[in-house]
Design a protein around this ligand. Structure first.
Ligand code: P5A
Ligand code: ZN
Length: 478
């Protein structure tokens, strides 16, 4: 595609911008002929690879990676009552093998609790087997009825990271929940994505959980996107699936569990939070290419410039950077446009005059220019990439602050939401008042126990009934 194919819509028209950008920057092809299923283009897949490499690196510190089957037999799937109720309308069923009806229907996993836990019952024998911590990155299927959107609400979630843990006590499971939250913070810090953590109201918790801690981010249109959840499962599943262990005194005890999930929504957030009217902006830590070198060749200096650009590339690659030398036969301007659209954090322009001065022009995708020395290229590039990361993160954090406000009345809440904000209100935690807030402000109560660096969340009188209330996050959600 070239720059003549019309312009990218402005980011303020967020939906159009998002859809168009996925196509232009070659992230996803939405033309697959099944609703809610999308195809990763190679460039998009490469972005996914670096993002998930980071996630795996964090998980591998204290989880082991595994792989469980996609198909779950009906009787296992049906075992945990709450869990079924939560998922029954979203399950795809396999009913035939060829033309033969199956004796036992098989569910395509919407999530893997009921695939994994019967095996955990076999794996866990004694206290010495605990804690058990595993994860897998798989595709899952949910027959979503809300509007489907690439990466945000897919019917095949292609990049479902789910971690599942087993512990001896409820408190140990709670500590694990906190540890997964800390991991999530670190992950989103690498992606420079500001997050808000809160405890979902009881009616919105994961089916079969004691409680759910959710991680939300604010999209450019002011809607929130849930980009991760950690669930304390208590002993609901372990009782159902008989996950028991023998304690030090030889007694049989029921285990406690947690699970935790992140999907390709993290990439939807990465694209949406940082991108601009020119296209993607990828933080250096997860950028497919961190540096693109564009040689500016004129007349008989051609050879020298190409040789210097190749040396620069080799030097930077030796230092561990992901670098591309763009020596295509195209105008430099067209190349700039190409790599800006694809979000490469740093562009180095190298012409004959730069070469004579021993320098290259460095253009930051986050804004601004500087020069780097060819003799000390890797040190200079490392410093400039650090500045780019800081600029991307600061901008995203400032934007998050701008989109958060406190509301003391329903009127204030409505205007905050209408202005594209997410609000903190006080709520008494009664379902009735909760429903009133949700209905009158056409919004969702995201959660209590709000944890955020971007807004102060203090308790006070309930915005509806005036009784003592808890700081509660309210937003319009995806
Ligand atoms: C935790 C992992 C679970 O399924 N079981 C194993 C638990 N939780 S969850 O909240 O239902 O899903 C985890 C995260 O997946 C994202 N997500 C989706 N992403 C894209 N398309 C969808 N249709 C979709 N549904 C859920 C959310 O970020 C959610 O927090
Ligand atoms: Zn109330």
């Amino acid at each position: 595609m070239d720059e003549d194919a019309g312009a990218l819509p402005k980011k303020q028209d967020f939906s159009e911008w998002y859809n168009d950008l996925l196509w232009r920057a070659e992230i996803m092809d939405v033309r697959y002929p099944v609703k809610g299923l999308y195809v990763w283009f190679p460039y998009g897949f490469a972005v996914r690879t670096y993002v998930y490499r980071r996630l795996r690196e964090l998980l591998d510190r204290d989880h082991n990676e595994t792989l469980f089957p996609l198909l779950i037999p009906e009787q296992e799937f049906m075992k945990e009552a709450e869990h079924i109720k939560g998922f029954e309308n979203e399950v795809y069923w396999v009913t035939h093998g060829g033309t033969t009806p199956l004796e036992i229907k098989l569910a395509l996993r919407p999530t893997s609790e009921t695939a994994i836990y019967p095996m955990f019952a076999l794996w866990v024998r004694s206290h010495a087997d605990l804690p058990l911590r595993i994860y897998q990155v798989v595709n899952t299927f949910r027959y979503e009825t809300k509007q489907t959107r690439p990466m945000i609400r897919a019917r095949e979630i292609t990049s479902f990271m789910e971690s599942h843990t087993v512990h001896a006590t409820w408190n140990e499971a709670e500590a694990q929940v906190e540890s997964e939250i800390a991991l999530t913070r670190e992950f989103y810090r690498s992606l420079c994505i500001p997050i808000i953590i809160s405890k979902r109201p009881d009616w919105d918790k994961f089916p079969g959980a004691d409680y759910t801690i959710a991680v939300d981010t604010i999209m450019p249109n002011g809607k929130t996107l849930q980009i991760g959840t950690v669930h304390h499962l208590g002993d609901h599943f372990s009782r159902t699936f008989s996950i028991l262990y023998e304690d030090k005194n030889g007694e049989q005890k029921v285990a406690y569990q947690t699970c935790y999930g992140i999907s390709e929504r993290c990439i939807a957030a990465l694209i949406s939070v940082h991108g601009d009217d020119k296209g993607l902006i990828l933080p250096p830590a997860v950028a497919t290419l961190q540096v693109v070198i564009v040689p500016i060749t004129i007349g008989n200096h051609h050879e020298d410039v190409i040789a210097a650009a190749e040396k620069l590339k080799a030097d930077l690659e030796t230092a561990g950077f992901r670098v591309k030398l763009d020596d295509r036969d195209m105008r430099p301007g067209a190349k700039y446009y190409w790599w800006e659209l694809r979000g490469v954090p740093l562009r180095l322009e190298l012409g004959p005059r730069d070469l004579d001065a021993g320098k290259a022009m460095a253009v930051k995708r986050s804004g601004g220019k500087t020069t780097i020395s060819l003799a000390m290229a890797s040190g200079d590039v490392s410093r400039v990439l650090g500045e780019i990361t800081d600029a991307i993160r600061t901008k995203a954090e400032e934007n998050a602050k701008l989109h958060l406000s406190t509301a003391d009345s329903m009127d204030a809440l409505n205007s905050a939401l209408n202005e594209g904000n997410v609000a903190v209100v006080r709520w008494c935690r009664e379902r009735g008042c909760g429903n009133t807030i949700e209905e009158k402000a056409n919004s969702s109560l995201l959660g209590t126990e709000v944890r955020s660096e971007y807004i102060e969340a203090t308790d006070g009188p309930c915005i509806i009934c005036g009784k003592p209330g808890k700081a509660t996050l309210v937003g319009r959600t995806y």
